[in-house]
Design a protein around this ligand. Structure first.
Ligand SMILES: [Zn+2]
Length: 418
């Protein structure tokens, strides 16, 4: 399977290098960013590369040559004129006859390539897009997925005021099938995110989002450049690969993140408790996954549909995003054990293993995201939350006062700083 690296585009100037260089050659601790990408792919057994180069591309070619030094083979496609991120692929239909990875050459990342490929195959996708939550969704390209992970809509930036969505950001890393390439015209400038993927969706192709919390960042600004260099140096980039287990903070929703409203069932009713944005930012910064686990019997009681619940969660993530904070995942239990209400939805009236104090949601999250529960914490406002954390085997479970400003942040600091 080939790895196609898009390394055309404009050059850049950075302080430590005097002349203009292609972005793929930006040095990180003495090595070009593209070399890290190659080393990662080689670790997963990929050895067949196709570099798309343009302006200043000779610098890339003279450094990497035929790839022999890394035990790989590199072919080059040189753009005569800038064709956007996708245009060159139009010329490569004869070369791209099987599914292939698409990397941008200026991205620092470390992800489990095989896990993404397995997902792509399992979904029989025409394209799989790597998605993640970030701390500025309001000015990012958002992808809307259905419950199976299939792309429903692209919401590219800039967004209209009042835009509400889940925090699912296109990280610009893909697996494409040849079907995607067949949509790209030769010699016409086009962009993957702006033109190609929306056109493929329109044409009815199967596009899927692959959600991951592994490290992936481009270096758009000098600030980001220095933080990325530090993250490579400290080992953070590799540590976040999903093959390594991570700790999580499990959080109840109502009364802990959002103000407790009796049977909340409309997005308009959802308001953050003061200090919650800061608390979630703190979790994000500390390297813990922020996972919501919430009982939502409003579904079983037919007071709220799954679709409305999705809107409520979109509102929650949008409010947090405005404060540069993000949740990694939201799990809810739609069940309720007691039947007998007139409007109830019988299919959700059951004794389940997910309704807290049962540990089902925490265990499912641990399985989905390789979470080390023994190093994780549960924070809620009810004894059933604490019980769920204990039943799951969390390191500690804490009950905080419902709706109290800054209660969550205070609890986190006392747990994680002692
Ligand atoms: Zn349940």
């Amino acid at each position: 399977m080939k790895v196609v690296v898009i390394a055309g585009g404009q050059g850049t100037r950075i302080a430590s290098v005097n002349n203009e260089i292609p972005k793929a050659m930006i040095p990180i601790n003495g090595k070009p960013v593209l070399e890290y990408e190659i080393e990662m792919a080689v670790r997963y057994g990929y050895t067949d590369f196709l570099f798309i180069i343009g302006y200043l591309g000779d610098q890339i070619e003279s450094y990497f040559g035929d790839g022999g030094k890394w035990g790989i083979r590199i072919d080059y496609f040189k753009e005569e004129k800038p064709l956007g991120t996708a245009g060159a692929l139009g010329y490569l239909k004869a070369e791209l006859t099987e599914d292939f990875f698409v990397f941008y050459g200026d991205t620092v990342m470390d992800f489990d390539m095989n896990a993404m490929l397995d997902y792509h195959k399992e979904k029989k996708a025409d394209a799989t897009l790597f998605l993640h939550p970030n701390d500025h969704p309001y000015d990012s390209d958002i992808v809307d997925l259905d419950a199976e992970g299939k792309v429903r809509e692209f919401y590219n930036k800039p967004h209209a005021p009042g835009f509400i969505s889940r925090n699912m950001v296109n990280a610009a890393l893909f697996i494409f099938s040849p079907k995607i390439v067949s949509q790209i015209e030769c010699g016409v400038k086009s962009h993957i995110e702006k033109n190609v993927l929306p056109a493929c969706l329109e044409a009815g192709m199967n596009l899927y989002g692959y959600l991951s919390f592994e490290y992936i960042k481009d270096m758009g600004t000098p600030d980001r450049y220095y933080s990325v260099c530090e993250d490579v140096r400290s080992g953070k980039v590799k540590r976040m690969n999903r093959r390594n287990s991570r700790p999580a903070i499990f959080l109840d929703r109502d009364g802990v993140l959002s103000k407790e409203v009796d049977l909340l069932c409309k997005p308009e009713q959802l308001e953050l408790i003061e200090g919650v944005g800061e608390a979630i930012r703190y979790i994000n910064r500390k390297g813990y996954l922020a996972i919501v686990v919430t009982n939502q019997p409003v579904i079983a009681r037919n007071m709220c549909s799954i679709k409305e619940l999705d809107h409520i969660h979109a509102k929650l993530e949008t409010l947090l995003g405005a404060e540069h904070a993000y949740l990694n995942a939201i799990y809810y239990c739609p069940h309720h054990p007691h039947g007998g209400y007139p409007e109830e939805r019988k299919e959700y009236k059951m004794k389940c293993s997910c309704r807290k104090p049962e540990p089902g949601m925490l265990l499912k999250a641990a399985d989905d995201w390789n979470i080390d529960i023994s190093q994780s914490y549960m924070i809620g406002d009810r004894p059933s939350d604490v019980q769920a954390g204990e039943n799951a085997g969390c390191k500690q479970s804490v009950q905080i006062e419902q709706n109290k400003p800054y209660a969550l942040l205070d609890a986190l600091k006392s747990i994680l700083e002692n």
